[in-house]
Design a binder for this molecule. Structure first.
Ligand code: FE2
Length: 271
């Protein structure tokens, strides 16, 4: 059961409407590395484990992600000037929009700007009622294909850790390009929360490794081809530098047949 708390997880107060900024922030609302993707991915993964600790962790973080989604949606709505628009009054909010358009160097004002220059914002105005739509910063609709889930808990948790690092990177880029101080304050908060989640997923991965007896590779087979590393780079191969002690380096042409492949001696020390 999920419940709704009427307070935002962190207050969002942008300085003023800015459609270009709103379009950029949409990347974290309906984009490939955004909050909805994170929320749904962790939610899906919670069904694939019976471990109560990891299941709770996934649901806790999934729930926090929808709180992040709420904040990002509020930020976009404010940047779109949506809070100044009364849907029952024709022309409501128009003056605010035109003023903002003028300050952005467009003499024709906000409306011409969004219609002629940014179809992403245009769509959110007409279809989203000045609020966020589930699209990314270029207008591409959200898709379930963004959600990485395969049913292998170790693989899924690695995807979750990567999702946090990806979200963090996007917020860092948004912080560079979106100069609204209120939006930046929100980005800074969310970067810190994604870092906290990344550390939790790292601990979850270590817990699963312990449960599996030492790591994901423990489930790998030790068969004919399982530890062969062909030397395919001229002048030294990364396979040699990172190989395990029982790896077999193929220094001649890779035939796939251990009887005919040429194996090298000891690997050079790592530089
Ligand atoms: Fe998040």
């Amino acid at each position: 059961m999920f419940m709704h708390n009427k307070e935002l997880l962190f207050p969002v107060n942008v300085k003023g409407p800015n459609p270009a900024f709103a379009a950029a922030v949409l990347e974290q609302f309906g984009g490939a590395n955004g909050e909805l993707k994170a929320c749904l991915q962790y939610f899906a993964h919670s069904f694939t484990t019976k471990d109560p600790v990891i299941r709770d962790l996934l649901l806790d973080i999934s729930t926090e992600e929808i709180s992040h989604l709420e904040m990002v949606g509020e930020c976009i709505t404010q940047l779109m000037g949506g809070t100044d628009v009364d849907p029952n009054v024709m022309g409501s909010g128009e003056q605010t929009m035109r003023q903002e358009g003028a300050t952005m160097g467009n003499a024709n004002g906000y409306l011409n700007q969004i219609i002629n220059q940014n179809s992403t914002v245009q769509k959110s105005v007409y279809l989203g009622g000045h609020g966020p739509d589930f699209i990314d910063s270029s207008g591409t609709p959200f898709t379930g294909n963004y959600i990485n889930t395969v049913g292998d808990l170790m693989a899924d948790l690695q995807s979750d850790l990567a999702a946090e690092l990806r979200a963090r990177k996007v917020y860092e880029e948004l912080h560079r390009h979106v100069t609204d101080p209120g939006a930046r304050e929100m980005f800074d908060f969310l970067v810190q929360r994604e870092e906290a989640h990344a550390l939790l997923f790292k601990e979850a991965i270590e817990r699963v490794a312990d449960m599996q007896g030492g790591g994901f590779e423990k489930s790998f087979g030790d068969k004919q081809y399982s530890k062969l590393y062909p030397e395919l780079s001229m002048g030294g191969s990364a396979s040699q530098m990172f190989r395990s002690d029982d790896a077999r380096i193929i220094t001649g042409p890779f035939t796939g047949d251990p009887d005919t492949d040429t194996f090298g001696g000891a690997s050079p020390p790592m530089q």
